[in-house]
Design a protein around this ligand. Sequence first.
Ligand code: PLP
Length: 352
Amino acid sequence: MVSFYPGPSRVYSQIPEYVREAYDQGILGINHRSDTFAELMQSLKSLFHEKMDLPENYRVVFTSSATECWEIIAQSLLQTKSVHFYNGAFGAKWHQYTQHLINEAEPFAFNKEMVLNTTKASISKETELIAITHNETANGTTVHPDIIKSFKNAYPQCLVAVDATSSMGGVHLPFSYADIWYASVQKCFGLPAGLGVMILSPNAIGRALSYAENHHYNSLAFILDNHSKNQTHYTPNILNIYCLKRVLEQRPSIKEIDRQTHNRNHKWESLLESKSAFDFHIKNPVVRSPTVITMEGEPEAIEDVQKQAWQQGYLLGKGYGDLRDTTFRIANFPALEDSEVDGLMQFLEQYQ
Ligand SMILES: *Cc1c(COP(=O)(O)O)cnc(C)c1O
């Protein structure tokens, strides 16, 4: 069975090999304050600069999940107010999590067919952080990086934070366009769940150090203090840290992966366009995600295609939340092999 679920999704075929390697090398039982761990961490960080195009002055730290990143941002980078732009369930959840922790988290819901625009926003002076979901996994929309950059230019007093959970590792992200980007590894990195990645700009680090919030085990100042020693704030998921390192070593540069993702997406679009039983959930091609393809149809057709695909060995993603009965999703993630993508395409081509 091949999982086209947009997370957790298909993991790289090499994962069992990497797990074996980690075991044989004795890495699984090492202390996270040891030199061996620090070396592993150091080489993983270098790979982010090398393979993921992370700017020299940006930092990458590791958490347990994207959800943890929601809380870290609210706890450690906010004292007064955030504004959240979203058009789907994950962006809405980020807003809710933030609202539980700070007094003022302002929601700004926008139409899923709309290109987000800075001029529509009224960001008040006391706003410290703007939250944007780069890739809304629930409905398959994306916000173009140029728009993210325009927020940073229009509101230089604000940090811009981006949820890139279902896009980081699958498309090239210009990290310098925002201050905080985060993801978890069970989506485009093709790894088992249980590790989060958080990218921080010099401004984000400066803000964390000046607030010096230290009330939590995962306070950002504490994470950064450990980061500078190539350590982590708790005993981490060393197995996944090792596998992430090996996956990045094995993969081409993110620009090459980006090309492959877009090529595959174009193939998906031209194939799916011709299917009368389904329509693109997002009609405006400009805001359609290249990594999470979302199709809509009558509930009976949605149920039927999922069932038939399953019988052929393909797990399609169910619709998320409110969209559960009326959509299905296809992950366009790099760990899927050409033969698997071709196989599902053939099935859908024949499907009536
Ligand atoms: C999957 C996902 C999350 C949550 O990730 P966890 O690893 O479960 O914390 C958050 N945001 C988006 C956009 C996602 O796709």
